[in-house]
Design a protein around this ligand. Sequence first.
Ligand SMILES: C[S@@+](CC[C@H](N)C(=O)[O-])C[C@H]1O[C@@H](n2cnc3c(N)ncnc32)[C@H](O)[C@@H]1O
Ligand SMILES: [Zn+2]
Length: 176
Amino acid sequence: MVLDPFCGCATTLVAAEKLKRNWAGIDIWQGAYELVKQRMTDATGMFGKVTFTNEPPVRTDGGETSAPFLHVRERVREPEGPPWTRAQMYEHLLGQHGPRCMGCNREFDDPRYLELDHNTPRSDGGLNHISNRILLCGPCNRLKSNTFTLSGLQRENKKEGYMRCGVRYSGVWSNI
Ligand SMILES: C[S@@+](CC[C@H](N)C(=O)[O-])C[C@H]1O[C@@H](n2cnc3c(N)ncnc32)[C@H](O)[C@@H]1O
Ligand SMILES: [Zn+2]
């Protein structure tokens, strides 16, 4: 069964017909029907068995979703109250965890080596709120990027061993 949801000028459908496949085509352009009909008749001499509709299809599955994970994530709203400043968040996290990177757990003499980041990335709907903020060393922050959550980063650090982090770190230092 070949489905071409943008079947336009029918190249795919004609190929499918020639290969004796069942096929279905969809196109937003009304003219596609005439074109498909014409090309199919020219190329294969058939069009009689083909059904065509411009009625929207009727659901027969009782409204179930087969792939709920494809749904657009609902945007969570920031909790009420005045937003914290970056300095307040820093203070709070330093108070809770000490001057440690929450990604690799290394302790720093100078907390300025720690960068304020998001646990769930902003691009995945993560909040600016303190509940979603973490302190990371430079290499962990760059490794995490927008790809990992904090637990993903910690797993990655374990997998790679701290050596890589150390190597990257000296690289970063030499840039400061
Ligand atoms: C390059 S043509 C496709 C060619 C086709 N696959 C073939 O084998 O000949 C692109 C088609 O997509 C259709 N199209 C664009 N947006 C669409 C949409 N949202 N839903 C259905 N068809 C759409 C256009 O009308 C156009 O006919
Ligand atoms: Zn780190």
